[in-house]
Design a protein around this ligand. Structure first.
Ligand code: NHR
Ligand code: GAR
Length: 213
């Protein structure tokens, strides 16, 4: 059984998708938030999952917060730590401690639009496709080895909310898939590339075109 700790900051819908996927061989050991008011904590508690809050505002520095967070995480002996809408940049020390067992989902087709305000920047740039990326976390923000991506169209009249909602549907599909691959021991990282053992042929993240197109 592989222990998974999920870190959230808010709604937690990606955490929810991973919990609902009920991945064989995976146990969600804890859901930890950096905000006491993170809505996702209630869902986790309701599902009998241990929840914790490590409030970043209670710490004088990023290093102090990350040390406290890591101490709580390590109490659950995690095989994998999953960032699911976790909104604090993590220090090098933290990231290195979890090297090879720390995943993030970002709502863009990385390496385009790393960091914050992703959808707004994608719309301003006029891209015709958007998407989402699951990647291993490395010290450089949103730059780690890519596990899976999914593509969605940008449609005329899209605003941030419309695009975010379309991307989110794909996040809920690919994040559980990436976690399943990890739990099955099928991911290997070679430099910047991730190989998926025995992956079905074809691009795993490809999505259907918009209906009517
Ligand atoms: N930490 C490292 N070292 N590397 C990554 O790849 C990380 C990371 C921490 C979080 C998620 C990320 C994203 O998917 C993530 C990837 C927060 C910020 C940010 O600037 C940027 C990227 C991501 C998450 N946060 C502000 C900060 O000062 C706070 C913003 C807020 O609280 O709303 O930390 O995009
Ligand atoms: C998701 O779209 C996720 O990709 C994004 O925030 C949302 C969280 O939703 N993450 C980031 O922007 C990280 N900077 P959720 O809390 O419902 O999973």
């Amino acid at each position: 059984m592989k222990n998974i700790v999920i870190l959230i900051s808010g709604r937690g819908s990606n955490m929810e998708a991973i919990v609902r996927a009920a991945i064989p061989g995976a146990r969600i050991a804890a859901v930890i938030a950096n905000r006491p008011d993170a809505a996702g904590l209630a869902f986790a508690a309701h599902h009998g999952i241990d929840t914790r809050v490590v409030d970043h505002k209670a710490y004088p520095s990023r290093e102090a917060f990350d040390e406290a967070l890591a101490a709580v995480i390590d109490g659950f002996a995690p095989d994998l730590v999953v960032l699911a809408g976790f909104m604090r940049v993590l220090t090098n020390g933290f990231v290195e401690h979890y090297a090879g067992r720390l995943l993030n989902i970002h709502p863009s087709l990385l390496p385009s639009f790393p960091g914050l305000h992703t959808h707004q920047r994608a719309l301003e740039a006029g891209v015709r496709v958007a998407g989402t990326t699951v990647h291993f976390v490395t010290p450089t923000l949103d730059c780690g080895p890519i596990v899976i991506q999914a593509v969605v169209p940008v449609l005329p009249g899209d605003d941030e909310a419309a695009l975010a909602a379309r991307v989110l549907v794909q996040e809920h599909r690919i994040y559980p898939q990436a976690v399943r691959w990890f739990v099955e021991g099928r991911l290997s990282v070679e430099g910047h590339r991730v190989a998926v053992l025995d992956e079905a042929p074809g691009p795993a993240g490809w999505t259907v075109p918009p209906t009517g197109a």
